[in-house]
Write a protein that binds this ligand. Structure first.
Ligand SMILES: C[S@@+](CC[C@H](N)C(=O)[O-])C[C@H]1O[C@@H](n2cnc3c(N)ncnc32)[C@H](O)[C@@H]1O
Length: 256
């Protein structure tokens, strides 16, 4: 999953779900007009656009070419560059603030990613990121992930670190001179129906676009879909059919 192209499918359907966290992240960063803010793994620009609206000089770093085009279409005066958390085409010490909304968590080499964030950070810079805490999303996506694990013979999510654990973040960031604090936050993902959740947040999501054909080939896709819809309907669907999935996350801030 590390080489996933986030430009495939329709990440645009998921991005609004993460906008409340982007707002929290930008507010927590206390951005001053003129500061250089780098949005790492900017997606469609949730964070970058908000920071630009505060008068920051914004660089959006995003590996997916199609999503870089989407950010440009946001109509803000900002710079959009190709890069990853571990490789940003930015000078040493050039960012007052580095923000990453559920993005650096996908870096295949967390140590390399943190070293790069620290390199780009100004000497008195700050790094803020969000990461999902264990919860309902794991349950909902667990059926799919277990099925993919069986089909390909390995867990596609295995081997990562727990980005939502402040102690893990401290271990990564302290060697670069950063002190880490974390706050637990909640957002709610709302869709019209369980079927809508499946089609827009799973089948059309870049990860779904990569994974679902494998399940189809193995002949288990219909069963995975049906069990996922049953779980959502039984637990997080209102009588009118609206789905509300609680999604807790960590907002971490690192300063030096
Ligand atoms: C869940 S999306 C979040 C996007 C955006 N920050 C938002 O608030 O909607 C994850 C993003 O991380 C990007 N990404 C994936 N691997 C990355 C990496 N190694 N470094 C930086 N960004 C990465 C993807 O291209 C995608 O845009």
């Amino acid at each position: 999953m590390n080489q996933l192209d986030w430009g495939q499918g329709r990440y645009e359907s998921t991005a609004p779900d993460l906008l409340p966290a982007a707002r929290e992240l930008v507010a927590a960063a206390r951005i001053q007009p003129g500061e250089h803010v780098v949005d790492v793994g900017a997606g469609t620009g949730n964070v970058a656009l908000l920071a630009a609206d505060l008068g920051a000089r914004v660089t959006a770093v995003e590996p997916a070419a199609r999503l870089r085009e989407v950010i440009q279409q946001g109509g803000r005066d900002l710079t959009v560059v190709d890069g990853t958390a571990a490789s940003m085409p930015l000078p040493d010490g050039s960012a007052d603030v580095l923000l990453s909304n559920f993005a650096v968590i996908f870096a295949p080499d967390p140590k390399a990613a943190i070293a790069e964030l620290a390199r780009v950070s100004a000497p008195n810079g700050r790094i803020l990121l969000t990461a999902w805490l264990p919860g309902v999303l794991d349950e909902v996506l667990g059926i799919l992930i277990n099925a993919v694990t069986e089909v390909i013979g390995s867990d596609p999510t295995e081997g990562g670190i727990d980005w939502s654990d402040p102690a893990v973040l401290t271990t990564l960031l302290e060697p670069h001179g950063f002190q880490v604090t974390g706050t637990t936050k909640d957002l709610t993902i709302t869709t019209h129906s369980a079927e809508d959740y499946w089609s827009t947040r799973i089948a059309g999501h870049p990860m779904g676009v990569a994974a679902l054909p494998l399940l189809e080939q193995a002949g288990v896709l219909a069963d995975v879909r049906s069990r996922t819809l049953t779980l959502i309907t039984a637990n997080w669907t209102t009588p009118s059919g609206v789905v509300r999935l609680p999604a807790p996350y960590l907002l971490a801030e690192a300063v030096r």
